[in-house]
Design a protein around this ligand. Structure first.
Ligand code: SF4
Length: 411
């Protein structure tokens, strides 16, 4: 059997009602939490004795993540005896990826697998972030069965950058160049003929550097050096910042994305004047932050209006939307980014991911939370965090305040 077939595969619907009934039951067993449900019913607050735990109104799995997990579980059921590969991680959560590995779903870009080894009999799952066009072409050329879980919100960003490429407008993508979603988006920004251009900008410092170049030019080599790995091949800041269109990774901080748009629009106006013709043809933008990211950020802003002693943000350390929740919380109160309940050695000894140092560290915090005085602890979680991990965190917090799981369930 040829491993280089280009013959189109018949699409198999893995989401049939009978498969989905079994999938839902299994997903619920793995990720559901009665305690989190109880919080929801009570408006997100539980007080036992002197201890209050607040849970944000919106947290945890988003629609895109739920769909991706359902499709991965359904693939295992439908393609029972076939090899199944996943391009990287289905979502950014180690627990969910561990469950899939336990089901025999292998990482296509891990040390033990490669696209080269795929055959027509294999199944490849595309994660919720999507995948780069070059990777998709290689997989299609192998004739594999593809189960595409790319979130619809990610596809809207692709639609936008493809439109920019068609109009010969350079895409400025607000995101992290190494993030799977941004890599997938960047590959679409090159358009159908591969000649389009893009520049990925992460910070407002980088934005100011680009704005200065737009206004008065600068050292081309220094520019390319600074943005090495963040632009399309052949990108030339002297030519390709003439007409730009902004899009963003779906999970960015909304206020920062808006600021980036505003600064770039102003730089273009300063360079070319503010006539309507100039502004419309030289600068376009489209807010592509997804609804789920926005809701989780808004819910946290809302929760921060209440008095709390500390905030725990639960999620995978490489999760972009979770990172932004940590940034929001850190501006208001002591905030700890934890991957699971095991990070809580005690309420004043916490292992957490430090965003500035880019690594997990151990911190000591207020002794007061160990005492019997009143304490309020806030909890939220990113869009890729399952409820069972949130539940384990809540139980651990309450146990450390001397409250047993039985008391929580009875209350
Ligand atoms: S965070 Fe947004 S873009 Fe990503 S999977 Fe969820 S809904 Fe889709």
């Amino acid at each position: 059997m040829s491993s280089q077939s280009t013959k189109p595969r018949k699409r198999i619907n893995v989401r049939t009602p009978e498969v989905m009934d079994r999938v839902k039951a299994e997903v619920e067993i793995h990720y559901r939490s009665h305690i989190v449900e109880k919080f929801r019913e009570r408006g997100g607050v539980l007080t036992i004795g002197n201890t209050t735990v607040r849970l944000a109104k919106q947290f945890g799995f988003c629609y895109g993540v739920e769909r991706a997990i359902d499709l991965a579980y359904a693939s295992r059921k439908v393609f029972e005896n076939q090899r199944i590969f996943l391009i990287g991680e289905i979502i950014h959560n180690p627990e969910v990826n561990r469950q899939l590995a336990e089901m025999g779903i292998r990482n296509l870009v891990g040390p033990d697998s490669s696209v080269e080894d795929l055959t027509e009999e294999d199944v490849v799952i595309v994660p919720a972030f999507g995948a780069e066009t070059s990777m998709m072409e290689q997989i299609k050329a192998k004739g594999c069965q593809i189960v595409d879980t790319t979130c619809g919100d990610v596809m809207s960003v692709w639609k936008r950058v493809r439109k920019y490429a068609k109009q010969e407008v350079t895409s400025i993508i607000h995101g992290k160049a190494s993030h799977e979603e941004t890599r997938a988006t960047s590959s679409r920004a090159m358009g159908a003929n591969g000649k389009g251009h893009y520049l990925v900008i992460l910070t407002l410092d980088d934005t100011d550097y680009v704005c200065s170049y737009i206004r008065q030019g600068g050292n081309r080599e220094a520019f390319l050096e600074r943005f090495s790995g963040c632009h399309s091949e052949g990108f030339d800041p002297d030519k390709h910042l003439e007409r730009v269109g902004v899009a963003n990774q779906t999970t960015m901080l909304k206020s920062e994305t808006e600021e980036l748009q505003r600064r770039i629009a102003q730089a273009i106006k300063d360079r070319d004047g503010s006539s309507r013709d100039n502004t419309e043809s030289k600068f376009q933008f489209f807010d592509t932050i997804c609804g789920a990211t926005q809701e989780r950020q808004d819910a946290l802003f809302d929760m921060l209006k209440s008095e709390m002693d500390m905030l725990l943000v639960v999620g995978g350390y490489n999760s972009s939307n979770t990172t932004h929740l940590v940034e929001i919380g850190s501006q208001e109160l002591p905030t700890f980014f934890i991957k699971d309940a095991n990070c809580l050695q005690s309420l004043n000894e916490i292992i957490h991911f430090d965003l500035h140092q880019g690594k997990e560290v151990a911190s000591t915090y207020s002794e007061r939370l160990l005492g019997e005085g009143p304490a309020t602890i806030g909890v939220t979680a990113g869009a890729s965090c399952p409820n069972n991990l949130i539940e384990a965190t809540i139980i651990r917090v309450l146990e450390m305040r001397g409250i047993s799981k039985e008391e929580i369930l009875e209350d």
